[in-house]
Design a protein around this ligand. Structure first.
Ligand SMILES: [Zn+2]
Length: 108
């Protein structure tokens, strides 16, 4: 198990998300629901895009949490072990997503 390799992949992914998070937060802040300035339809558009950016934000937070968990597992020397059944997660699975906490049998 090359945990140093996975560690660098996870750190890179983490930085990328942090960057998107910064710019994404600014974009979400731009959407103001000003009824006098914009029409009813564009107001609905604005609400929809706001909901979408909130959903994207929620997914990013979840992924960040998974990445942090994976990094902690690397520190403890438990990386690649399924959190549910303690079996090893296949290397192919980890290459696809190093933050994956579950083996193929425990994945939903
Ligand atoms: Zn498992």
């Amino acid at each position: 198990m090359d945990s140093e390799y996975f560690k660098s992949v996870l750190m890179e992914r983490r930085q990328a998300i942090e960057l998107i998070r910064k710019t994404g937060d600014e974009a979400a802040g731009v959407v103001e629901l000003d009824q006098t300035r914009v029409g009813r339809l564009s107001r609905m558009d604005a609400m929809q895009s706001q909901a979408m950016s909130r959903e994207a934000q929620r997914r990013r937070e979840l992924e960040l949490a998974r990445i942090d968990q994976a990094l902690q597992k690397i520190e403890r020397g438990e990386f690649g072990i399924c959190v549910s059944c303690d079996e090893e997660i296949s290397i192919e699975r980890l290459k696809l997503d190093p933050s994956n906490p579950f083996c193929i049998h425990c994945a939903k």
